[in-house]
Structure formats: C-alpha cells, structure tokens
Design a protein around this ligand. Structure first.
Ligand code: PLP
Length: 306
C-alpha cells in the first residue's frame, strides 16, 4: 500500500466555462499530508526504509517536511526536521502533530539545511525536497492515475519550485507514451527560477526570493528540470503574487478547498485566461495543495484584518 492516495480527478464546470475549454483538476491538495509531495517523498522513504534506514532527516518547514513526517510515522521510522526560525507556528505544530522531532536552527533555510545534513548518520536517510530521481518516480504516479482514469489531456498546468513536480510529471507522461503533451509551467514573478533561466538561456540562480509563494522559493531549479526545457515542450509563464492569491480565494468559492499561493499560481493561469492556453481543448491542472495555509494567513496576505 503506497503512502499517498489516488486523489479525485474532477472536471470543473466553473473553470471550464470560465476559460472556454475543458479543465480537469487533479486534487492533490487532498493528500493526507496536504500536498502532492507525499507521492515522491513516500516513494523515497519506503525505498530507504527497505534499505535499512530507520530515521529520515529533512530541512523543510513546508510541505516536503510534512510529507516526510507523515511517511515516517506511517512506516514506524523516526523523523527529524530542521527548520529555520522564520518557520510559521502553524507549520511547526503540524510537524509536531506528526510526531517529528523538530529542531529550530538558523536564520535561513541554508543554515537549517547545513545543520540537517550534519545530523545524518549511517542508519539515516536525508530526504531532499525536489532534487532526487526517487522523488520524481513517485510524483509520476499522479500522471498514471489520470491516464488510468481514461483522461488524455492535451496540456498539463503545474507550478515550479525546484522542479521536482515538473520532473515527475514529465516522467509520468513519458511512461504513458504521452511525452508530446506540453507542460505549462507557472511561477510567481518573485520566484521565477525556471522562467529566468529560460530567458537567460542558461540555468541561473536567483539573487533572492520575493514572493509569498514559499513553496516555489527555490533560487535554482534542479538540473533535471533544466534538461527538460530542451528535451520536451515546456511553456513557461509567470503570474503576480496578487493573481496567485486571488486565485486561491476564488478556488475556495468554486471548489471549497483552500490551497496555498504556489498552487494558486497554477490556478491563476486558468482564471486569467492566459494567452498561453490558446489552442488547448482539454487541460489538466494540478491542484498541488498547501498544508500550512489558513484563512487567517489568506486574510493577512490580502491586506484584510484577520
Ligand atoms: C513543493 C511544492 C511545489 C513546488 O514543487 P517543486 O517540486 O519544488 O517544483 C509547489 N506547490 C506545492 C504545494 C508544493 O508543496
């Protein structure tokens, strides 16, 4: 039994009508730990557990850390998550609910990550949030479920942080004999490491992240994601933070599910009827989730009284 669930695949009448084409939603926001991350993280953790690892170490205060904590609890392995001081109370309490050992260390993710790496012993496995073939193979299960359900989209919309989801979906499409299906990638303007790399013609490192979409906040995409830009069709787009937040808000009304701005970025492309959608009849949008999102957080980002 895998650690992730087969999530609902919903045709969205409201989004389809809005943008004049079929819009299908893969509802990975409904994964038990709140995002698609459990697909790849669960696959990696099960692999390492079989290899004898009895503790998993992570440095993510977001969805990846939560997925590791969930996987560890389900497998009966210990989990240590090192997070920087900036991590929200909400994220910390969710990690503790999953019985992870929580270590708060450093001002930035870089410092937390360094400390996490220094803790990894012989019977431990370090679980990277996006740069690991085991992760991509696990994320690919999302595409298998869509094709098993009989849907053949003519484009896939997803958001990009470090590029693990992109790499996994590309792998899934390849094994479904659908490598020709374009992937429309979305990033927020302040976290556009893929988009800026494509513009520059080389893999660049952003000087800083200036977006509320923290799950997209990798300053540099992984090599695999960069390689995909020349081996398959990728249409790279960006949206503003405001558009991502407004998409989250509309999605609550339209589908009664609260997602974080990273996921809102993908939804924004549809809500904005972006020109890049032209010519596609059957869109698959990955509603990737967001475990730490709350209504209070949404109101504060929207500039309303909490
Ligand atoms: C991790 C994550 C992303 C970004 O995924 P990458 O594999 O880093 O590109 C986007 N949205 C959510 C909700 C995430 O948890």
């Amino acid at each position: 039994m895998p650690l992730h669930i087969n999530t609902p695949l919903l045709e969205s009448p409201i989004l389809s009508r809005h943008c004049g084409r079929q819009v299908w939603l893969k509802m990975d926001a409904l994964q038990p730990p709140g995002s698609f991350k459990i697909r790849g993280v669960g696959h990696a953790c099960e692999y390492h557990y079989r290899q004898g690892a009895r503790r998993f170490v992570s440095s993510s205060g977001g969805n990846a850390g939560l997925a590791v904590a969930y996987a560890g609890r389900r497998l009966g392995a210990a989990v240590t998550v090192v997070v920087p001081e900036s991590t929200t109370e909400r994220a910390k309490s969710l990690l503790q609910l999953e019985q992870a050992e929580l270590i708060v260390h450093g001002d930035s993710w870089q410092e937390a990550n360094q400390h996490a790496l220094s803790l990894v012993g012989a019977s431990d496995a370090f679980i990277h949030p996006f740069d690991d073939p085991l992760l991509w193979a696990g994320h690919a299960s999302l595409v298998d479920e869509v094709y098993d359900a009989g849907l053949k989209p003519d484009a896939v919309v997803l958001c990009v942080g470090g590029g693990g989801l992109l790499a996994g979906v590309a792998e899934g499409l390849l094994r479904q004999d659908a490598a020709a299906v374009p992937i429309l990638t979305v990033e927020t303007e302040g976290a556009a490491s893929l988009h800026q790399s494509i513009l520059a013609g080389e893999q660049i490192t952003l000087p800083a992240i200036t977006s509320v979409a923290s799950s997209l906040g990798a300053k540099r995409i992984c090599d695999q994601a960069w390689a995909l830009t020349s081996s398959r069709r990728i249409i790279s787009t960006t949206v503003s933070d405001r558009a991502a937040l407004e998409a989250c808000e509309r999605f609550v009304d339209d589908h009664r599910v609260l997602v974080e701005p990273a996921c809102g970025a993908s939804l924004a492309l549809v809500y904005q009827q972006a020109p890049e959608l032209a010519g596609f009849e059957k869109l698959l949008v990955i509603a990737c989730g967001g475990a730490t999102m709350t209504m209070a957080q949404m109101r504060s980002w929207m500039g309303e009284p909490a």
